[in-house]
Write a protein that binds this ligand. Structure first.
Ligand code: CMC
Length: 428
């Protein structure tokens, strides 16, 4: 017999169906709550609200489990390539050899961006944050592909738009960096794979080839996979809610990139390095900064600590911590910020404040350190997160459109003034 939840309001009982996920997660389906009771639920930050059902990603924050389409993140990070994972997220299964060949060839074919877009880049000031540039450029793609404006046009048209975006994002990301440096843009090279090509566009110069280091390519592949999806987080929910108005894919992903930018979300990887630099410049007194983070009158928080859903450990952080050690070892890198990060991690993990609140290092605590070791400039860190998250956003947008989900439109409880008489300007 299916489960029922009973809610009593003003002495009257109402019944609501219980929905059970394939991992035995439970939800009370309150979609008829307002029409049957007149009440709504109030849940700031949506801490207890499921906005959708989804078959893409499963995560269990208490046990530190993350799976894409049933595959553990540990297996995927160890054994797959980023494009295989992108295919898995978007189409539901790992590709076989010929499916992967076609997918890779399609993406490789679309890596160039329209020459006219170069002029957009050139108009941005050198100090423009690359996230601002990236978000604008992704939205601008919609102006070059008017056929993408109707997300329901056809399966083929939808596929082409998704492939175009996955192909072009590394080019747009690398060019936003080149533009900030006022260096010439490097065109994509189709004999490189996805990660190699991005590194080439970032670091090669017309005067100098970029020598691809397999250690760097491996680390980048892993980082992108670890970031590829994370169910209904702030940016993904943004993509779904923008897409629910039937806005096109480029507009929806551009909004997701903006949502990712904030330091409480994807911007945390940049904020971690800036925090470590601050602590270093201040003399490296870890205890002082840990005390500041605990002080309720001080707005300082330990960036890279804590997570909305992981209350035990972040499984991505475990994998990345190991990758971080490997990369620093293999590239023979010594970094004073790394020493501070290690000390900070130890002090915070032993401190009662952090233990009581289940605050552990998250994926962004270590990703910033690896990006730094790979030579990626700090302001590009969140762009790297966006590159990794793109297949997840695309898969979630595709699922949302295929499920024909209704337009997202939360309610509110109004707490303002009830009635006021209008007073003419001269009398106010
Ligand atoms: N440093 C110090 N105290 C903290 C921190 C922190 N980093 N994070 C949470 N707390 C405290 C917070 O003050 C509160 O204390 P109290 O119960 O005494 O009021 C308690 O822990 C719970 O915090 P919360 O803000 O209610 O937790 P949340 O789930 O709303 O926020 C978070 C999660 C990630 C926004 C928060 O932990 C944070 O601001 N962390 C730093 C930013 C960061 O690293 N973000 C990256 C997240 S991982 C990338 C991604 O997936 O987006």
């Amino acid at each position: 017999m299916s489960e029922i939840a009973k809610i009593e309001i003003e002495g009257k009982q109402y019944e609501f169906p219980v929905v059970t996920g394939t991992e035995n997660e439970k939800a009370i389906d309150i979609s008829k709550l307002r029409s049957s009771t007149g009440y709504i639920t109030l849940d700031p930050g949506y801490k207890n609200t499921g906005a959708t059902t989804s078959s893409i990603t499963f995560l269990n924050g208490e046990e530190g489990i993350l799976k894409y389409r049933g595959y553990s993140i540990e297996d995927l990070a160890e054994k797959a390539t980023f494009l295989e994972v992108a295919y898995l997220l978007i189409y539901g299964d790992l590709p076989n050899k010929s499916e992967l060949d076609v997918f890779t060839a399609t993406i490789t074919k679309h890596t160039l961006v329209h020459e006219d877009m170069k002029q957009f880049f050139e108009a941005y000031p050198a100090k423009a944050h690359p996230m601002g540039v990236l978000s604008s450029m992704v939205c601008s793609l919609s102006t070059f592909y008017p056929e993408s404006l109707d997300p329901n046009r056809s399966h083929e048209a939808k596929d082409l738009t998704m492939m175009r975006l996955i192909a072009k994002l590394p080019t747009l990301a690398a060019w936003s960096y080149k533009n900030a440096m006022r260096h010439p843009f490097m065109y994509p090279k189709n004999d490189f794979d996805y990660c190699e090509n991005f590194l080439h566009m970032m670091f090669a110069m017309p005067t100098e080839e970029y020598k691809v280091d397999p250690v760097v390519v491996n680390a980048l592949n892993k980082l992108l996979i670890l970031h590829a999806d994370h169910e209904q987080n702030c940016s993904t929910s943004t993509v779904r809610i923008v897409g629910s108005s039937q806005a096109n894919l480029f507009a929806s992903i551009s909004a997701g990139i903006s949502a990712l930018w904030g330091p409480l979300h994807g911007g945390a990887n940049q904020a971690v390095i800036e925090m470590l630099e601050r602590i270093h410049q201040d003399g490296g007194d870890i205890d002082k900064w840990v005390e500041k983070a605990k002080d309720k009158d001080d707005s300082f928080r330990l960036m890279g600590f804590g997570h909305r859903v992981y209350k035990n450990f972040d499984p991505r952080a475990r994998i990345i911590k190991k990758a971080c050690d490997d990369v620093l070892d293999k590239l023979n890198i010594e970094d004073p910020l790394l020493d501070i990060a290690k000390k900070l991690e130890k002090v915070a993990l032993e401190d009662e404040y952090f233990k009581d609140r289940n605050l552990y290092p998250n994926v962004d605590f270590y990703s910033g350190i690896i990006y730094r070791a790979l030579g990626i400039p700090t302001e590009m860190f969140t762009v790297m997160f966006a590159l990794g998250r793109l297949p997840g956003w695309v898969a979630q947008w595709k699922e949302m459109t295929e499920n024909k989900e209704p337009i997202g439109r939360p309610r509110q409880i109004y707490t303002g003034i009830v009635k006021r008489e209008f007073v003419e300007l001269e009398k106010r």
